[in-house]
Structures are given as C-alpha cells and as structure tokens.
Design a protein around this ligand. Structure first.
Ligand SMILES: *Cc1c(COP(=O)(O)O)cnc(C)c1O
Length: 377
C-alpha cells in the first residue's frame, strides 16, 4: 500500500493505525517497557522489552523508511546518537570524509570521541567533487554529505557524489536534516543512508529530541546499526516517537508554507542595503542553484545572511527582532534568528557577521516588518 501513495497522503495518516483492542483511530503511545510472554515462554507479538523494540517506535521507523524510500530505519534519542551509531558501525581504522562546512556537532563528535579511539577523518569542499575525490584515501569507508549545509547552505550534487562513492567503495550517508521529504530524498539519488535530526522539521514543534538513520538496503551493515541501537540503548522513547508521528502529519504543509515564506524573505534580504550576502540556494546567483533545482523539490526554509558590518552589528540586528526569537535549532513553526559564530567553537570558519534564520509559519508581512526594523541603522 505504502508504495502506491503520495508522500503527502502517508504523512496525513501518520500514526493512524486503528488500535486492535479499542478501535482508537490514533494509536496510543505504548509506554510499557515490557511485554507479556505466552505460557510457553514465547513472545507471540514479537515485543519483549522496549530497548529492544517498541510498537510506537516501530510505527515511526516504518513510516520514516517509506518516506525516504528505504528498506529500514532505526530511530535514536537524538540526531547525534544516530550519528554515533553510524560511526560505531564502521570497521576500526576506517577513514571518514566530511564536508568542510558541516554541522559542527558532527565534527566535534569525530574529533572529541572517535579519533581518540578507532576512526580517522578529514574534510573537503563538498561543493567541488574533484576536491572530494582527491581527499579519498584507501581506507575511506564513509563519505558524509550534508546538503544544504549548516550554516552556509552549500549544495552537494548527490547523484554525482553517490557515483563517486560507489567507484571508491565507500558508503554515502546524507545528513538531510535541513531538507526532509518531500523536499529531498537522497536514497533516490543513490545514497546508501540518510540521517535526520528528528528534533528539527520532522517533529516540527521544537519539543522533541530524536534522530533517525534510514538505509537503502536492510543489509548486514544496517543490522550492525540495529544491534548498536538495541544494545547500546540510545533509543528514542515511545512518547517522543508518538509526538514525532503527530508532527509528521503536517510536515508537507508546514514545509510548503515555510519554504514559501523563505523565498520571499531571501529576496527581501538580497535587495537590502544593510545585507552584503545571502546564502540561500533558491537565489539564482547561488553557486549551487542549478544542482538544488535538480535534486530538491523546493529550496528549504533556512537562510543565512551576512550583515554589512562586524559581529557586533550582527548581534545588534539579532537583539532587535521581536517576531524572530533568538535561539539555536531550527525546523519549528516559530521563526528563529541566531548569531551562529558565537555558538560554534573558536576555530569556526563561520563569518562573524553571519545570522542564520529558521523560517516558520508566521504571516510573511510580520516577518518582513520585523527584519526590516531590525536592520534599520
Ligand atoms: C541539529 C542537527 C543535528 C544534530 O541533531 P540533534 O537532534 O541535535 O542531536 C545534526 N545535523 C544537522 C544538520 C542538524 O541541524
């Protein structure tokens, strides 16, 4: 059934599997940690203990696998827990290739934890695939892409990168947190795995933390990820899984409106004399615009821009907003503004005059008026 339906239809019915016992249309969250054995000691419904598997978590994993067009999904307590499980599934002494412009938590995870133990990593400019090819090593087992990237919204050509990964015998994972389905579906473009922070658009209301890995194939590598999930235990709790299913019901319409708002705001900022640069792949002069048009259905709802001036000026602009709230994170219904360099480590390459916007569902005129007054001299 899943295969023949549009993503919008799957999303609208997220979490609706009439409960066998009561007929309740929306399945309840199964908070129970443990499940009854039959008199013969078996587990007739397949559930044993919630770290191992849980019906609500299973419902979410099944839906996410279909949304991305993959065969399997494992959900975790956060996006970083999902990233950790993926890196733990690699063989010892593997090399991981990550973009120069990557969510700083991922680089932090490799630097602070994995290089001390079992893995090595280097960075490359992922907007230029020749740079990526040149950075591949004989033991490169994982190529980690993030597109659009945080916070510069660089675009990576996923079909071409998938081809390259196949040639060099590495797996390709795409952190697609900034462009969830139906906007972008990396597995269709040849990626082996997709990573999501459920904390962002998929749950969509800034009140859940979670992460997901979706695999093109339910192969032996995915089984290792599953074993790590069940054994190491950084699982998504059932209530967060239930809230995520609830959030997913409106994902398609939320994204449609958020992307529409973002297009207007990006155009406004690009014409504003107080702004020297706008990073948004929907603008025709963005270096990744053509690739983004090919591989994305819309350009997402994240925008970064550089104000004319220094960090102090950027902080002042952020200090003045009244509709945009000053906070990190993204993907909720509320618009956020963030001075990114001050949350990243001191060696960050993020421009000091850069502000990052997560565009929400407010009326476009209120968002424009707020930015307009914040950018006044
Ligand atoms: C937020 C984020 C993560 C990390 O997810 P958490 O749920 O915060 O652990 C990873 N990648 C990207 C692109 C993100 O925005």
């Amino acid at each position: 059934m899943y295969q023949s339906l549009h993503l919008e239809t799957l999303l609208a019915k997220a979490g609706c599997e009439p409960d066998l016992a009561t007929g309740a249309l929306v399945s309840p969250p199964y908070l129970s940690t443990t499940f009854e054995r039959a008199p013969d000691g078996s587990y007739p419904r397949g559930y044993l203990y919630s770290r191992h598997a849980n019906p609500t978590r299973h419902q979410l994993e099944t839906l996410l696998a279909h949304l991305e067009g993959g065969q399997a999904c494992a959900v975790f307590a956060s996006g970083m827990a999902a990233a950790t499980a993926l890196l733990q599934a690699l063989e010892v002494k593997s090399h991981v290739l990550i973009p120069k412009n990557v969510y700083y938590g991922v680089r932090n995870l490799l630097e602070k934890i994995f290089v001390k133990q079992v893995l090595s990593y280097t960075t490359a400019d992922f907007s230029d695939l020749e740079c990526v090819r040149a950075a591949v090593r004989p033991n490169t087992r994982l190529i980690w892409a993030e597109t659009p990237s945080n916070p510069l919204l660089q675009i990576t050509d996923l079909s071409a990168l998938a081809q390259l990964a196949r040639e060099v015998g590495a797996r390709l994972v795409v952190d697609s947190t900034w462009a969830p389905p139906p906007i972008q579906r990396p597995l269709e473009l040849g990626a082996d795995l997709v990573l999501h922070s459920l904390t962002k658009y998929l749950s969509g209301h800034s009140d859940v933390m979670g992460g997901a890995l979706i695999a093109q194939e339910a192969d032996a590598f995915f089984e290792r990820i599953r074993t790590i999930q069940q054994t190491a235990g950084a699982v998504l709790d059932p209530f967060s899984a239930w809230l995520t299913l609830r959030g997913l019901r409106t994902l398609a319409v939320r994204l449609r409106q958020q992307c529409a708002n973002a297009r207007v705001i990006a155009t406004f900022l690009a014409q504003h004399p107080g702004v020297i640069r706008v990073h948004y792949p929907g603008l025709p002069d963005h270096p990744g615009h053509e690739v983004a048009r090919r591989q994305m259905r819309d350009f997402g709802a994240m925008i970064s821009f550089e104000v004319a001036g220094d960090a102090t000026r950027a902080l002042k602009v952020a200090a003045r907003t009244r509709v945009f709230m000053r906070a990190t994170s993204l993907g909720g219904t509320e618009s956020l503004i963030e001075h990114r360099a001050s949350i990243e480590p001191p060696d960050t390459s993020t421009p000091p005059n850069l502000l990052r916007l997560s565009i929400g569902l407010e009326h476009i005129d209120d968002l424009l008026a707020d930015l307009s007054q914040a950018l006044e001299d």
